[in-house]
Ligand binder design. Sequence first.
Ligand SMILES: Nc1ncnc2c1ncn2[C@@H]1O[C@H](COP(=O)(O)OP(=O)(O)O)[C@@H](O)[C@H]1O
Ligand SMILES: [Mg+2]
Length: 389
Amino acid sequence: MDPIGNPYTPNAGSRPPELAGRESEIKQFEVLVGRLKRGATEQSIIVRGLRGVGKTVLLNAFEDQAESEGFLTFYHELTPDTNLVDELARDAERALDRLSLGARLSGRIRGALGHLKTITLTGPEGFGLAVDLQSADEGTITADLTDLLLQLGAAARENGTGIAIFLDELQFVEEVQYRALISALHRATQKELPITVAAAALPQIPLLTGEARSYAERLFDFPTIENLDEPAAAMALVEPARRQGVKYSPDALAKALEWTAGYPFYIQQLGKHAWNLATESPITVDDVERAMPAAQTALDKSIYEVRVQRATEGERRYMRAMAELGPGPYRSGQVAEKAGQSVTQASPTRQQLMTKGLIYATEDFGYVDFTVPRFAEFMRRYMPYQAPD
Ligand SMILES: Nc1ncnc2c1ncn2[C@@H]1O[C@H](COP(=O)(O)OP(=O)(O)O)[C@@H](O)[C@H]1O
Ligand SMILES: [Mg+2]
């Protein structure tokens, strides 16, 4: 069928025409925004999940929701180099601009922020901002960030609006800054200000301790999103086509559901190829079967190979040893044994793979798993296993 009309979206962060199976998270965020507007408080959300399960598109849906309620929104995708305080200070600068506060209020806020030690807002026109975190201790950073959020929240409230900040890839946040953010937000929430942060992260977001941890647990719900269950997977596949008058035969749908196992990336990629190969509606089981190898090649290229290429020889051998053990999670000791190493010998490799975001330590102590679903299958396709001699 016409590739120009192809409705599927097999790319990271691209909004699918049918955002299937995430109704409860979206509802939860709607309630949060609604309550903030009324001056009430509510837990915000940090969505956790593996690569490709749909965290980014969900966070984007949250942003749309906040915007449709008239909130000012800011969105950041973090990297290992992101300086979060710097980003938030820029947001503040922009918010003060966009809130059209009038000279007096704007002047007052700038005045109130004038004493900050780590952040200087020098507007009002455009950006003028200096952040100096090098010499600052954690207490100063926290105090400054707190003042920043309090002033912003108060300004938004006076303007009858709210502010929502979205942080994707939160696992990259620097821990001191994460703690500072949590404390600042805690304070803003105590003051019932209409300002919130929602985020998405791989399963291992930095563990906080002490006070910051108990604040975080009060401020956020941490839902884990996973592959789509079967009804949602069916919706994700069938609905985009249906809107263009195209159906799937029942056995085509069954085959597609089996092959994709609810993984959103697989659904979008298979849907795309089946659509392009089919000549008419309904899409048949034959179309789906012919689409599978092409979809697999595209998936290997777009999600797996780019990741395995970031790994060294030794790291690949470690991941191949994991894959040899079947589906995860994997006990570190067993992986080391499969790789023909002692736990101590394997430990730096394991650590490097975690730093590169290819594997993560699961909640059970001593276990690791891949951050991308079906990576083990890929490793078995990608290279042979060499048993230690
Ligand atoms: N709920 C969903 N229904 C259908 N497709 C989805 C859904 N969530 C994500 N996708 C698709 O899955 C892929 C990965 O989504 P993305 O948000 O980038 O995942 P993540 O941020 O978790 O790595 C994209 O191609 C997207 O269009
Ligand atoms: Mg993402």
